[in-house]
Design a protein around this ligand. Sequence first.
Ligand code: NAP
Length: 310
Amino acid sequence: MTLASPTRIALAGIGKIARDQHIPHIAASPDFELVAAVTGHAAPDGVPGFKTIDEMMAAMPDVQAISICTPPRGRLSLIQQALDHGLDVMIEKPPAATLSEAQAFARAAEQAGKVLFATWHSREAAAVEPARQWLATRNIRRVAVNWKEDVRVWHPGQAWIWEPGIGVFDPGINALSVITRILPCPLLLGAAELRFPSNRDAPIAADLDFTDTAGVPVRVEFDFDQTGPQTWDVDVETDDGHLKLSMGASQMAVDGTPVDVGDEPEYARLYRRFAECLRDRVSDVDLSPFVHVNDAFLLGRRVTVGEFSE
Ligand code: NAP
């Protein structure tokens, strides 16, 4: 246990990820106690629900922190309200709808003297740190990322995912959060192609060609329309073997031989990291994966493809 007593935490936005991951992992954590929810719908069993943070804080002034699981658009006002009430804040990825918004709430947290943890859950996958260490002592020749999943399975009926903006970069940013952690040099985008369904305002697929600052080519392919087996792979060819991360960086192999990296769940680590930030009173806000998404929208050639249907 990292905190002297459990932090009284609220959850905002009780949708798929709050129910699948946040609620069970808060319940399992010795560092947090779920005491309230900010929701337009039903609160989780056993805790009171409030329509707004203001209402919650009027009724429960002893709430200490909030974990925000709403879609990225519209978070700035939620975060500002939370900071105004003196709450420490954890947010789901992607951090915001725009880069300027994310920068604004990072500054606001700093000015308020509150902890802000902008999470990247895929960075907490079990193989990420072992991969970073393995790569740190080797010369990398090339990198290939294939992050391909079925939006109908992972975002069933979610209208927000197709609003102008992020689309396939919602899962794709998970891959970017992994490679920006494990690769030793910063990435620079050279070219991109974004493919938009003719009936949607966000891309369903994207190819990105980066080089890192040492000149290593990094090819990244995202697809939101992959039925059947799902692919969340990173392949790194080095002068001393081939590293493969699979299943969203929860598994690792070197030259085809599996490496034991344990199996601690991402969200258990995420809440442990938030507890460390609270104990040390430091924020953790790395916007670099989001900067690469912005670059892709700036440089990307746009191609219209067939209609998308659920
Ligand atoms: P979701 O199922 O649509 O739930 C989002 C919740 O946010 C809604 O239930 C609603 O909560 C609240 N909300 C507030 N404003 C909203 C709006 N304009 N449109 C829709 N919902 C709104 O979304 P999700 O899949 O949980 O994703 C939420 C965040 O978690 C996203 O940033 C996503 O990238 C991230 N995430 C998702 C997954 C996944 O597998 N789906 C995995 C990792 C991370 P109330 O019902 O309580 O009002």
